[in-house]
Design a protein around this ligand. Structure first.
Ligand code: ADP
Length: 264
């Protein structure tokens, strides 16, 4: 039976076997626990937009006559809940693919500078709306092998967060430099910051410091989980430093072992 420990003391073969069995058993029940938690989380996340849609459609159906403008307004809300559901499901499929390492990574020799600039350009309109300035700090030319689409996505999540979690008129600074065998992408914001006790949980699925705020900005709580998976597929790491009400800095480190000559 799972979870049942076999107790055999001594150092003979049978007790070695018992030890191995107990070890496997603990591991299996841990995986089972994670699986159950994941299914629970997913169901909860999917149910939230569904409940909103149900509420919206019911309140329309219950009334004998509804003004067209009210219909339109409610449909708009239903539509944005559908977009939310789609976003969650897309992110989940993305994660499951990566979990199973089904993904074929398409490494291409890439100037990180170019890739980061592309991400920044796609986020600029949103930053502009909040009058947030995005500037480049230390900026070395670095060329490494990466899967461009995946790293684009990973960086988009982090830089988009920097905009989302920074008040109007704030500033975001992006740096790119070499440190040891790594290319470091540094993303600093002057945003709301993250309390120390929350930092270890940031990369967990569906984790948000403030669910209401995350939801308001269209967050799924999966962005950083995806970024971390992508970065670790590339043998890299993500580190976070933050001070509440002052700002947050993310460091994405990617190995440059494959870097070919610098063409500065
Ligand atoms: P979400 O979709 O909620 O943004 P993420 O996985 O991208 O989910 O981020 C998880 C949580 O980490 C966010 O809900 C937010 O609370 C916190 N967070 C991420 N980036 C920042 C940042 N730059 N400043 C402050 N908080 C952040």
């Amino acid at each position: 039976k799972l979870n049942e420990k076999v107790i055999i003391s001594g150092e003979n073969e049978i007790s070695q076997l018992a030890k191995a069995y107990n070890f496997m058993n603990t591991k299996l029940s841990h995986i089972e626990e994670q699986r159950r938690e994941f299914v629970g989380n997913v169901s909860h996340e999917l149910k939230t937009p569904l409940s909103s849609m149900k509420l919206l459609s019911e309140s329309l159906l219950i009334q004998p006559e509804v003004d067209v403008s009210i219909y339109k307004e409610f449909l708009k809300d239903i539509d944005s809940e559908i977009n939310r559901l789609t976003k969650i499901i897309d992110s989940l499929l993305n994660l499951v693919d990566m979990d199973e390492e089904k993904l074929s990574i398409d490494y291409k020799l890439t100037y990180l500078n170019y890739l980061i600039e592309k991400v920044v350009n796609s986020i600029k309109p949103l930053a502009h709306e909040k009058n947030i300035e995005i500037i480049f700090g230390q900026w070395e030319k670095i060329q490494i092998y990466v899967d461009q689409d995946k790293i684009h996505q990973a960086l988009t999540n982090i830089i988009y967060n920097a905009v989302k979690y920074t008040e109007n008129n704030g500033k975001i600074e992006i740096g790119l430099f070499k440190k040891g065998n790594y290319a470091v992408i540094k993303i600093s914001d002057t945003g709301i910051g993250i309390a120390e006790e929350n930092i270890p949980h940031l990369f967990e699925r569906f984790y948000r410091v403030d669910s209401a705020r995350s939801r308001e900005t269209g967050g799924t709580g999966l962005g950083l989980t995806i970024s971390q998976q992508v970065i670790s597929l590339h043998q890299g790491t993500i580190e976070v430093e933050s001070v509440v009400n002052e700002g947050t800095t993310f460091y994405v480190k990617l190995p440059i072992e494959y870097m070919l000559g610098d063409k500065n």
